[in-house]
Every structure is written in C-alpha cells, then in structure tokens.
Design a protein around this ligand. Structure first.
Ligand SMILES: NC(=O)c1ccc[n+]([C@@H]2O[C@H](COP(=O)([O-])OP(=O)(O)OC[C@H]3O[C@@H](n4cnc5c(N)ncnc54)[C@H](O)[C@@H]3O)[C@@H](O)[C@H]2O)c1
Length: 248
C-alpha cells in the first residue's frame, strides 16, 4: 500500500517543545511547516531538521492575529494541497500574580495561548474535513490542570481554556476521521522557564516525584503518537506528562 505523505504545521516550532515536535514529525517522514513569530529562528530550525526523505519549511505567523493564521493555512494548502496535522504549540508564559496583572497582559496571554488555538483549529479543520482525516493536538499545561503554582492566573486560565476548546472540537468532528487532543506538560527544559527565579526552579524540582524537569523530546513523542493513525480512538483526551506532579 502506498504510504500517505502527511503535512503538519507546528506553531511556535522554532524552539523548545515545538522544535522537538517538528523533529519527531520529520523523523517519521511527515512534511512539517514550522510556523513561528520568529521567522529567522523558524528558518534555522527548518534548515537543521529537513532531511532527504522529509521536508521542513518555515513560515511566519503571529498566533494572536486570526488573519495571520488564515493566511498561513491558505498558503500551505495552496503549496502542499492538504493539511493533515495541526499542533497548537505556540505560547507565552506569564507569572504576574492575580492582584498585579494588567488588562493588557491578560489580553496578550489569552490572545496567543487561547484565541490562537481556536482560530488555528477552525482554519485547519477546513482541509481536514474535506479529506475526512485530521489530527489537532494542542499544548496545554500542568497549570491548566491544577491552577498553576509558580505561574500567574492568565497563563493558568489560558491553558485550562485550551482543554475546553479541545473537548468541544473533539465532539464536533468525532465522526469525520478527525481527533482533537491536548497534551499537558509539567515544567520542561526550554527557554520559557527562563522567567522563573532559581528559588522557584529549585522548589519545582523538589516537588516533582520523578525528581527532574521534563525534556522537550518526552512531550514530542506523545504528540507524534497522537498524530498517528494508531491513535484514531483517542479524542478529547488530555495527556498529562509531568513526572507524577499531577495524577488526575
Ligand atoms: N516549558 C515548559 O515548562 C512548559 C510547560 C507546560 C506547557 N508549556 C507550553 O508548551 C508550549 C511551548 O513552550 P516552550 O517551553 O517550548 O516555549 P519556548 O518559549 O521555548 O518556545 C515558544 C515558541 O513560540 C513562539 N511564539 C511565541 N509567541 C508566538 C506568537 N504570537 N505566534 C507564533 N509563535 C509564537 C516563540 O517564538 C517560540 O519559538 C507553550 O504553549 C507553553 O505554554 C511549556
């Protein structure tokens, strides 16, 4: 049987968890669009990851702008003729406590982390529905499960919201060959945790039963599995990957 060549887009794929997801896709022969607000970093990642047997290309997108997202999806469907897998990974951290956060910061965090997930999913569903196959995987967070300890309320709310959108969409498209799932990582070794103080990081490390932070590759392997044909019966699920910190 001829192998289908799938097309994936990974938002925020230039570094960290998104880059590891892009690497996992490319290693499985999936053509991967690394879509990031930082185009030079996305181009660098694509150049490093592409192989003779799987393409990796860069694209610029600001996930807080629905018109940017619509253009991204239109452009990549025009180029590749299809879109099979969307990973909503782009996100920003906000540690500002609830009694200090400004309206502007709240809006910025929710726009990128939550609004972007809805609009990207809506755009990606069009080509997926037309082919009757699709995978949407959104990166939530441990903070969306337990309310967050070191992070602020905007981040926790955005990541809990990602779970709500995931379950809503999973129900809507369950009969169309499309699964929609969330992955909720605990603290993982990427640039995003540079916002934590050393004391905060020490406290986090101490509170993780496994005794260490997560690695981006450990999140990426789960995403790659959820994106596969094998995972067809998993939808509306939240995969907790946190070294035992939250056992829901
Ligand atoms: N690292 C962790 O501890 C951790 C834990 C739980 C969840 N997460 C989530 O995992 C995802 C990836 O995080 P990471 O740790 O790899 O972060 P990171 O900061 O290393 O990478 C995030 C990427 O997203 C891009 N980005 C930021 N704003 C964007 C926008 N408006 N539009 C498009 N791209 C944008 C950045 O340029 C960057 O390449 C995020 O959604 C984050 O909330 C991370």
């Amino acid at each position: 049987m001829e192998q289908v060549r799938r097309i994936a887009v990974v938002t925020g794929g230039a570094r960290g968890i998104g880059r590891a997801i892009a690497a996992a896709f490319v290693s499985r022969g999936i053509t991967t669009v690394i879509a990031d607000i930082d185009l030079p970093a996305a181009e660098k990642a694509a150049a490093e990851l592409r192989t003779a047997s799987a393409e990796a290309v860069a694209a610029k997108v600001d996930m807080s702008r629905p018109e940017d997202i619509a253009r991204l999806v239109t452009d990549l469907v025009a180029r590749f003729g299809r879109l099979d897998i969307l990973v909503n990974n782009a996100g920003i951290l906000s540690n500002t406590p609830f009694d200090e956060i400004s309206e502007a910061e709240w809006d910025r965090v929710l726009d990128i982390n939550l609004k972007g997930v809805l609009f990207a999913s809506r755009e990606a569903l069009k080509p997926m529905l037309s082919r009757g196959w699709g995978r949407i995987i959104s990166i939530s967070s441990l903070a969306g499960r337990n309310g967050g300890i070191s992070v602020g309320p905007a981040y926790a709310a955005s990541k809990a919201g990602v779970i709500g959108i995931t379950r809503h969409l999973a129900n809507k498209v369950a009969r169309n060959g499309i699964t929609v799932n969330a992955v909720a990582p605990g603290t993982t070794e990427t640039d995003i945790i540079k916002g934590f103080t050393e004391d905060q990081l020490a406290a986090i490390n101490k509170s993780i039963p496994v005794g260490r932070l997560g690695k981006p590759e450990e999140i990426a392997e789960m995403v790659a599995f959820l994106a596969s044909d094998t995972a067809a019966f998993i939808t509306g699920a939240v995969m907790d990957i946190n070294g035992g910190m939250y056992m829901g």
